[in-house]
Design a protein around this ligand. Structure first.
Ligand code: PLP
Length: 400
């Protein structure tokens, strides 16, 4: 059976060049990158080459890149590395749980142990397009605000936040600014100096690198309290023997991402995504009624579209499409099976039933125009079939 994978925001396949770059570091080049002998020097050099590549992707110095075990650890290091008892932290209602739950923990600590003060957290809402208003961020700043953590691109809708404006506000107020760029890296160009952030997190497996490796940009001079205690790896910012094959893979993925931008792959991908969207929504010939975009009219990364299909249950549609060979999702992979509708879509003001009828399609570098056609061949008929079975979908509202 033909299988097409359009769930690249959950994870991306490792590109063949990335796998090839990693392979020797599972075998012949096995040294501990901290060892001073030949074997260690060989892997140390590979780690430092990867650091240069990630720095080139982010527009920073190599010394400002700290490798971690993934996006979640990178977010946690940024947040817990800075926030202290008595501090105030600003975030948004649409963050990934790696940020939301870290912030929740900061605030819970305050509730549990009031004598320690803990941290207070302000959650900035978004508008119907899924955008944070920088003016709201500015208004939320208090004398004890230590950190603003607002994501670059949302994992469910692909909506890109006004991070450069927020960076400016943070700098003017002398507040640290962290941005979760896990869903932006490799999809749109990133330049930390243009964003004006102090910290920025990325993850290997969202950009065709391996799972279990990530990095955080830490602006020179930013004093981060480490989360792990051990050796003095990563300039004492992240203890633990480096995951050399993973880091090499992330470095190669960063190099390929830069080459992709130079070729205009991002524009091509936006074209494929727009075709999928227009065809599903009826702007082209075969559209469906009772369906529309979530996050319309907002700037988005080129690979993501999130669409609601009235009258269907999103999970039922994901399963029905999977049975026919198409992999998509209802949103974040880590929220699969959740009873509650997506916190991102409801924060944008979607009715809970619409949020539950929403599907995320996310393209990757491996996808072709034929993959999009395959999806277009399946989605309208599957939606129509599920609606026919639905007790809530009026039979008069025939799917076109
Ligand atoms: N932030 C965002 C926006 C994500 O989409 C994800 C992964 O789903 C993460 C953070 C966590 O990254 P990782 O899976 O590498 O821990």
């Amino acid at each position: 059976m033909r299988r097409v994978y359009l769930d690249n925001n959950a994870t991306t396949p490792v590109l063949p060049e990335v796998l090839e770059a990693m392979r020797p570091y599972f075998g012949e080049h096995f040294g501990n990158a901290s060892s001073i002998h030949h074997h260690g020097q060989e892997t140390r050099a590979a780690v430092e080459r990867a650091r240069e590549a990630v720095a080139a992707l982010l527009g920073c110095r190599a010394a400002e890149v700290v490798f971690t075990s993934g996006g979640t650890e990178a977010e946690n290091l940024a947040i817990f590395g800075l926030a202290r008892a008595g501090d105030h932290v600003i975030t948004s209602t649409i963050e990934h749980h790696a940020v939301l739950n870290a912030c929740k923990h900061l605030a819970e600590y305050r509730d549990k142990y009031p004598e320690t003060q803990g941290c207070e957290v302000t959650y900035i809402p978004v508008d119907g397009r899924g955008l944070v208003d920088p003016a709201d961020v500015k208004r939320a700043i208090r004398p004890n605000t230590k950190l603003i953590t607002i994501m670059f691109a949302n994992n469910e809708t692909g909506v890109v936040q006004p991070v450069a404006e927020i960076g400016k506000i943070a700098a003017d107020a002398d507040v640290y600014f962290h941005t979760d760029a896990v869903q932006a890296a490799g999809k749109i160009a990133i330049d930390v100096s243009k964003i004006g952030c102090d910290l920025l997190a990325i993850s290997g497996h969202k950009m065709h690198g391996p799972q279990g490796v990530g990095a955080v940009y830490v602006r020179k001079g930013t004093q981060l309290e480490p989360m792990l205690y051990g050796g003095s790896h990563e300039r004492s910012r992240r203890a633990g023997t480096e995951n050399v094959p993973g880091i090499v893979g992330l470095g190669k993925a960063a190099e390929l991402a830069i080459a992709g931008f130079e070729r205009g792959d991002d524009l091509k991908m936006a074209g494929a995504r727009d075709h999928l969207e227009r065809a599903l929504l009826g702007i082209e010939a075969t559209g469906l009624n009772g369906a529309d975009l979530n996050g319309e009219r907002a700037p988005r990364v080129p690979n993501t579209t999130n669409i609601y299909f009235d009258g269907i249950d999103g999970e039922a549609l994901v399963i029905a499409l999977d049975l026919k060979g198409l992999a998509v999702s209802t949103g974040a992979a880590c929220s699969s099976g959740a009873i509650e509708p997506s916190h991102v879509l409801t924060a944008m003001g979607l009715r809970p039933d619409r949020a539950k009828s929403s599907i995320r399609f996310s393209l990757g570098k491996q996808n072709t125009a034929e993959d999009v056609d395959f999806a277009l061949g399946l989605v309208p008929e599957t939606v129509a079939r599920l609606r026919d079975l639905s007790p809530v979908w009026p039979k008069s509202a025939v799917s076109r």
